[in-house]
Design a protein around this ligand. Structure first.
Ligand SMILES: NC(=O)c1ccc[n+]([C@@H]2O[C@H](COP(=O)([O-])OP(=O)(O)OC[C@H]3O[C@@H](n4cnc5c(N)ncnc54)[C@H](O)[C@@H]3O)[C@@H](O)[C@H]2O)c1
Ligand SMILES: O=C(O)C(=O)C[C@@H](O)[C@H](O)[C@H](O)COP(=O)(O)O
Ligand SMILES: [Zn+2]
Length: 359
């Protein structure tokens, strides 16, 4: 249970889960690279940059790094341009490699740099957060615009995803919370057993053992990679991976990027989507177990009340899933059965008020 393969129309690559793999990246690259730029953030750099850099160095191999400030605000035009400048100064050419060492912020930023530098070069994802089990796979890369999340981006698949599970133990609790939101999303979308395992395993995050954590991440990536294989460019089923993101992205934008973590915002978005789903389909979803899970792990459910739907709707109207001026959201008919459906603004308003009054 430590390797998964992602096949798309254009490419194929492995996702490896291995303790200590950050020191052995070279062994897992599809070919030799003589010029490598590691893009990372200042928090991750202090912890893991030396290991990655020394593992890549060797005769005739030049390895440099570009360190950006930690946090969502670095998914910006400014840091994107800085990374391009670093790539030029280090003389990267079309056969060079970029290494994205960090969480989803770095994966999205560095991946977007790789997709645009000289019209596209190879890059490898070396995820260091739980959330990055999602962001490192599938090739969506982007930076934010002040009017919307991930509005400037591309699809560009990595040549490999090398997940060093040892790095996850230095994450603060809030980042566990954030990352687990995307794991439970994958469970709700397509793996009922994973969902049940999460909601019944109510021990503190930090006391999860390494095997359990790797198992949860593997199951999450398995859901994601299956969907990506089927629909790399989001013409259909890939949109399901956006469960909880219509409201989640609106909250992130309205709060100011980085004021709430992506995963926490998505967790609130899923809570709302489950209520909306029950209303639309008249079905019974596992709202009790989901809400209980949110409370157990201190997700900031109270924050929903801080926003009026009138300030969130303009963000939701700019969501990438929308068509012909109507808001389209991912709902669940039941666990394992998602659908992308247009939802009337009046209904969004009504259910949001109901949820925030009771929550
Ligand atoms: N491309 C995709 O498919 C996709 C999927 C999900 C999320 N995302 C994006 O991912 C981003 C969120 O990713 P994230 O939650 O990993 O955030 P992040 O990359 O900002 O990391 C969160 C924090 O943890 C720190 N950190 C990272 N690794 C660490 C470690 N091992 N030990 C200690 N601290 C560490 C970082 O410096 C940062 O402060 C958002 O921008 C979101 O939009 C993209
Ligand atoms: O990979 C996907 O597709 C996803 O939707 C995964 C999401 O968790 C992720 O946050 C993604 O970046 C959202 O994409 P966007 O197209 O809504 O910006
Ligand atoms: Zn997400």
């Amino acid at each position: 249970m430590n390797t998964l393969r992602v096949d798309t129309n254009e490419t194929s690559y492995e996702v490896q889960f291995q303790s200590g793999i950050r020191k052995r990246i070279k062994e897992f690259l599809p070919r030799a690279y003589s010029n490598i730029l590691i893009v990372t953030d200042d928090v991750v750099a202090k912890l893991y940059l030396d290991d990655v850099q020394s593992g890549l160095e060797g005769e005739g191999v030049q390895v440099a790094s570009c360190v950006v400030p930690s946090g969502e605000s670095s998914k910006s035009m400014e840091q994107f341009y800085r990374c391009h400048t670093a790539a030029l100064e280090e003389n990267l050419d079309r056969k060079s490699l970029l290494v994205a060492l960090g969480g989803g912020m770095i994966g999205d930023l560095a991946g977007f740099v790789a997709s645009t530098y000289m019209r596209g070069i190879d890059y490898v994802q070396v995820p260091t957060t739980i959330l990055a089990h999602d962001s490192s796979v599938g090739g969506k890369v982007a930076i934010n615009h002040e009017q919307g999340k991930n509005m400037i981006g591309a699809f560009h698949q990595p040549v490999a995803v090398l997940y060093d599970t040892d790095t996850l133990w230095s994450l603060p609790e809030q980042e566990w919370r954030s990352g687990m939101a995307e794991v439970i999303k994958h469970g709700l979308l397509a793996d009922g057993q994973l969902y049940e395992q999460l909601v019944t395993h109510q021990t503190p995050f930090q006391s999860f053992d390494g095997h359990l954590l790797t198992h949860l991440l593997y199951r999450g990536v398995a859901v994601k990679s299956k969907i990506v294989k089927e629909d790399e460019r989001e013409n259909g089923v890939r949109s399901y991976l956006n469960l909880g993101h219509t409201l989640g992205h609106a909250i992130e934008g309205e709060a100011g990027y980085g004021e709430i973590t992506h995963g926490e915002a998505v967790a609130l978005g899923i809570y709302f989507a489950l209520h909306l789903s029950e209303r639309v389909y008249g079905s019974k979803l596992p709202l009790d177990s989901y809400t209980n899970w949110l409370h157990t792990y201190n997700y900031p459910l109270h924050k929903l009340k801080e926003y009026s739907i009138d300030v969130l709707l303009p963000w939701m109207r700019r969501d990438k899933k929308n068509e012909h001026g109507s808001i389209r959201m991912v709902l669940l008919k039941e666990v394992g059965e998602p659908a992308l459906v247009p939802v009337e603004e009046d209904l969004i308003r009504e259910v949001f008020l109901q949820v925030t009054e009771q929550g």
